[in-house]
Design a protein around this ligand. Structure first.
Ligand code: LHQ
Length: 261
């Protein structure tokens, strides 16, 4: 697919979306928000794609909103509408996509870039990566889902600290806080991410998608509601080819060959 601000490639069940404005540390302009949303939509529709990697070109993951692009628009553009029509669509697209998304966090994830990183299901960070709620430096509140994701992932006190200090949280502290799944040497990030994606794409991806739905919807549910929802989704998973294959493989003492159906 031909995009201007991102790269999109798909092979062997894994689609890779690369944010590609490296001179600006992959700051999001309107085009890049739209193209990234579109790429996730395409990956969702493509039945051959079973796992998606999201990463950044160059030394940054994403520095958030392109502030140059936004400068001078303050009076004429509603920030609320900009968020609703841009980042909100992207974040919703990622969270509702019933395929695992691996964030390969290659460098700084700041502002809305941090929000997009948090919408991935698994984050593998390079040892040179960092996370930063840059918003308060420019007199804004955190947005792009960060107020929702961060307290849930790292707890309120740490999330609030990140919001008010706007300090960079380096990869090692991000790991300690549970903000990332693992930290790897920068030069090994592509290889280790690819191994993760391979493992996920070869797994029971229908069940992974339903797991993602159960966990994301479960945040807002009571225990009773969550139990009921699990039972409903398990009914669906229990009728899958992957469930039959998984049980057969166990009984035959062999590796399962999951198809995602
Ligand atoms: C940039 C950016 C950038 C443009 C680096 N824009 N050029 C939603 C709705 C509406 C309005 C506002 O915002 C939002 C959501 C948000 O995302 S708000 C938060 C926006 N992001 C920021 O405030 C972060 C701004 N960037 C930085 O503070 C630094 O660049 C960080 C800490 C990310 C990285 O610092 P360094 O590693 O020292 O790199 P650098 O500052 O030298 O940046 C490299 C280049 O990238 C530089 O350009 P230049 O031509 O001088 O080489 C920067 O101007 C450019 N760049 N971020 N967001």
């Amino acid at each position: 697919m031909a995009y201007e601000t991102i790269l999109y490639e798909s092979s062997d069940g894994v689609a890779t979306i690369t944010l590609n404005r490296p001179a600006k540390l992959n700051a999001f302009n309107d085009k890049m928000i739209g193209e990234t949303t579109d790429a996730f939509k395409a990956a969702g529709r493509d039945e051959t794609v079973r796992c998606i990697i999201l990463t950044g070109a160059g030394r940054g993951f994403s520095s958030g909103q392109d502030l140059g692009d936004f400068q001078g628009r303050e009076e004429s553009v509603s920030i609320g509408e900009h968020l609703r029509h841009g980042y909100h669509r992207l974040i919703r697209q990622m969270v509702s996509l019933e395929k695992p998304i691996v964030g390969a966090i290659n460098g700084i994830a700041a502002g809305a870039g941090c929000g997009v990183a948090l919408a991935a299901d698994i984050r593998i960070a390079s040892d040179s990566a960092s996370f930063m709620l840059a918003f308060s430096r420019i007199g804004l509140i955190p947005d792009s889902g960060t107020n929702w994701f961060l307290p849930r992932i790292i707890g309120y006190a740490r999330a609030f600290e990140m919001a008010v200090t706007a300090d960079r949280v380096p990869a090692d502290r991000a790991l300690e806080w549970g903000l990332v799944n693992s930290v790897v040497p920068a030069e090994q990030l592509p290889e280790i991410t690819a191994a993760w994606a391979r493992r996920l794409a070869d797994g029971p991806t229908l069940a992974y998608g339903l797991t993602k739905r159960a966990m994301n919807r479960g945040w807002g549910m009571s225990l009773d509601e969550a139990l009921e929802y699990e039972a409903y989704l398990q009914e669906v998973a229990g009728r899958s080819q992957d469930n039959r294959e998984g049980i057969a493989a166990f009984l035959e003492k062999r590796e399962a060959r999951f198809s995602g159906s």
